[in-house]
Ligand binder design. Structure first.
Ligand code: HSE
Length: 442
């Protein structure tokens, strides 16, 4: 997998599948920092061609110098390409291109969280079988080097908690909503700024964050999971009222992707899920701004560490892709494979049942304004052994016969909370849906 350029030195030849935002960022970085990158890789890295849908579309900057093709076979399995960089997103044809490239003996770099999260097993099997490497630093949290951190820097330590803000679009939206903007206008801005997925449903329903969490659980806890195996709720049901309650109680609302190691009766499980949380204002994750991502990790020896930065965008994500390319190029030039990637195994810890996951809760109820109502509700909570941390009655808004009650609880299992909510909804004095959110606690 080596070629000679005109000067007789080795060149690692790269084919990009996709030349959008991230592809353009990769081209820009390789062009601006070519010399430095060559010194670090020990070999020049050249983008030989890029697969695009439309060859006629004008491209800015270094992307404008890349040779374009509309035929995947010019890159996947092509004898003049050493490393295939998959930047298409989505499952197919990206997955087939990645496995075909590996089968043809090419190294793969991908930024595609969906295929790594849902088909990691297939991809890594193909890599092993063909004795090739797959790099995917850019698949989670854009430019933040969290994959390498978990795989290498923290290889010596046991992770007990990993809590991330893994989707920039939703972080942008909840922050904007907290300052009074509507959900719709905040989403429109996030789309304009280029943070959102092609289908923003995957951002707002939590699926994008859940795919990324599934990948991180594999690396941090050694458990092989896909996103449909744990709970996932996005931000579409958040209201301005919840934002105001949170601020009044001393919290910020954030969409958190969370996994914790829990040992009960000697059995280790991972409590995992993606949910909107009330995060105490003093906690680092409460202050992660705009479309940034952050991952808060707790491990036995190191304690807590925070990795924060841009989780999307051409140059930040491009920098993670180029870092992978440098690692790939070193190995391709040396005719060797990388060190073996930590792979989740089936023997790893199991996910806890969703009903067993435990956290404090926030509840907002609209109830009839009459004696005994609060007593009925607290009795019902006590029946499920749910202990209240705070209770406040809000000013009546409009209807004099109704009043808002905001409560927070001590740590309670999801199962107990779900049972209590079911009973609460049967009470005549409770009007409409009870609004519920999890509260972050360490
Ligand atoms: N749509 C994603 C986000 C982009 O908003 O974070 C990076 O995966």
């Amino acid at each position: 997998m080596k070629s000679q350029n005109a000067n007789g030195s080795k060149v690692v030849r790269v084919g990009l599948l996709g030349l959008g935002n991230v592809g353009a960022g990769v081209a820009e970085i390789l062009s601006t920092h070519g010399e430095m990158i060559e010194a670090r890789a020990g070999v020049p890295i050249r983008i030989v061609k890029a697969l695009v849908r439309n060859k006629r579309r004008k491209r800015q900057g270094a992307a404008g110098d890349v040779t374009l093709t509309t035929k995947a076979s010019d890159i996947v399995g092509a004898s003049d390409i050493d490393v295939v960089v998959e930047l298409m997103g989505g499952i197919e044809p990206a997955l087939s291109y990645v496995t075909d490239a590996l089968a043809a003996g090419q190294t793969v770099v991908t930024a595609n969280k969906a295929i790594v999260a849902a088909h990691g097993k297939t991809i890594f099997q193909a890599a092993r079988k063909n004795k090739r490497d797959v790099h995917f630093e850019a698949a989670v949290a854009g430019g933040i080097p969290i994959i390498r951190t978990l795989r290498e820097a923290l290889a010596s330590d046991r992770v007990t908690e990993l809590t991330g803000i893994l989707n920039g679009t939703t972080n942008y939206i909840v922050e904007a909503m907290a300052s009074g903007q509507s959900y719709e206008s905040a989403l429109a801005v996030a789309q304009e700024l280029g943070y959102a997925e092609a289908d923003p449903t995957l951002d707002v329903n939590g699926a994008d964050a859940a795919d990324k969490l599934a990948i991180l659980i594999g690396l941090a806890f050694g458990a092989s999971v896909t996103r449909n195996k744990f709970g996932c709720v996005g931000i579409t049901e958040l209201t301005g009222e919840m934002m105001m309650d949170a601020a009044e109680l001393g919290f910020a609302i954030k969409l958190l992707a969370r996994a914790r190691r829990v040992v009960t009766g000697g059995v280790e499980t991972i409590q995992a899920g993606v949910f909107p949380y009330l995060v105490p204002l003093g906690h680092a994750l409460s202050a992660v701004p705009d479309a940034q991502n952050a991952i808060y990790v707790r491990s036995d020896s190191l304690g807590t560490t925070l990795y924060q930065g841009p989780g999307a965008g051409g140059l930040p994500t491009g920098s993670a892709v180029v870092a992978d390319l440098i690692e790939a190029a070193r190995n391709v030039a040396a005719g060797t494979r990388g060190r073996s990637t930590v792979q989740p195994t089936r023997a790893g810890p199991k996910l806890a049942k969703s009903g067993d996951t435990v956290c404090p809760w926030y509840l907002r109820l609209t109830v009839a304004e009459k004696p005994g109502v609060l007593a009925a509700i607290t009795t019902l909570l006590a029946d499920e052994s749910i202990s209240l941390a705070t209770v406040s009655q809000m000013e009546p808004s409009g209807d004099d016969n109704e009043v808002g009650i905001v409560m927070t609880t001590h740590p309670t299992s999801t199962g107990a909370m779900e049972r209590a909510l079911k009973k609460m909804h049967r009470l005549k004095v409770v009007r409409g849906e009870v609004q519920v959110l999890r509260v972050y606690a360490e």
